[in-house]
Design a protein around this ligand. Sequence first.
Ligand code: PRP
Length: 207
Amino acid sequence: METIKMAIAKGRLAKYSIELLEGIGIDCQVLKEDNRKLIFSLASHNIEVILLKAADVPTYVEHGAVDMGIVGKDVLMEQEKQLYEVVDLKFGNCKFSVAGKPSNANGKKHLRVATKYPNVTKKYFTEKGQSVEIIRQEGSVELAPLMGLSDVIVDIVETGKTLKENGLVVLEDIASISARLVLNKVSFKTKKKEISPIIDLITEKVN
Ligand code: PRP
């Protein structure tokens, strides 16, 4: 039996990812220990888990450094990596939205858009035929329209709390987002015997 290598995005999806694995009978106790380890062996099921920044998960999966991963659709849409997206895990539900001040810049010929997701943003506004300048941010994107750096933002909205507490509103919705199980294309063939039962259990659990 070959070891299955799995990447899990740290942050908001990690807790739900671990709950999902436990829900299909995998002992994840080692993943809950408070330490700085990055590689974890789930010996009972011959699975090796690595914890990564969400944005790095598709890279590890595409290159085959891991066989599978759990990551948000937001990251997948932004990166468009070569991998198989096999299961909508139905947690981490949120949406991509355009947001700004209520007295927003709609109608402007040229919009300045702050975002952590330049590719999603470019695609969305190009399809609308709207000319934009994309201002790339690493975080706290909501600050940009408040400080006059941009007219609007494109960001993920989960509860809407961050927007509300900063006096911003959703202006347009772009797409729904949730966590996805993704597979390396080669592993899907070469480790099918090991991977398929896990996909089946996960699919059954989330549906
Ligand atoms: C995300 C996103 C929003 C917020 C939305 O940021 O960029 O700021 O969460 O969540 P809400 O609708 O529930 O308020 P994150 O917490 O990942 O931090 P960051 O801004 O530092 O990237």
